[in-house]
Write a protein that binds this ligand. Structure first.
Ligand SMILES: [Zn+2]
Length: 107
């Protein structure tokens, strides 16, 4: 699991946190949040879990991904796939993961 370091109100990845001399680390990229967290210094994706609002946020970003940062969107899609029906639908429609089909859960 990705460790993260809190620097004031900003999250840093493990490398940047250690480089900044921070001591306390947090597991799961700092924990559940309303959006994917990235290192404030180098931009590395911290792989944090998402709240329900967080899944909706990512699905919305994927729907609007034309002109967005497809590299970042793909990181998110790969990490959060198969966790939320609406997000899976957005991933399938975005085409960011070739061949990805939404896994439809049994009712
Ligand atoms: Zn970093």
């Amino acid at each position: 699991m990705t460790q993260a370091y809190l620097n004031g109100c900003e999250w840093l990845c493990e490398d940047c946190g250690k480089a900044a001399g921070l001591v306390d680390s947090y597991c799961n990229g700092g924990g559940e949040a309303d959006s994917p967290q990235h290192c404030a210094s180098c931009g590395a994706f911290l792989e944090n879990p998402l709240t329900g609002d967080g899944y909706a946020y990512v699905a919305e970003q994927l729907d609007n991904s034309h002109g967005g940062d497809r590299e970042v969107m793909t990181l998110w899609a790969e990490f959060y796939k198969n966790e939320d029906d609406d997000l899976d639908r957005a991933i399938e429609e975005s085409g960011l993961i070739p061949g990805f089909k939404q896994w439809r859960r049994e009712a």
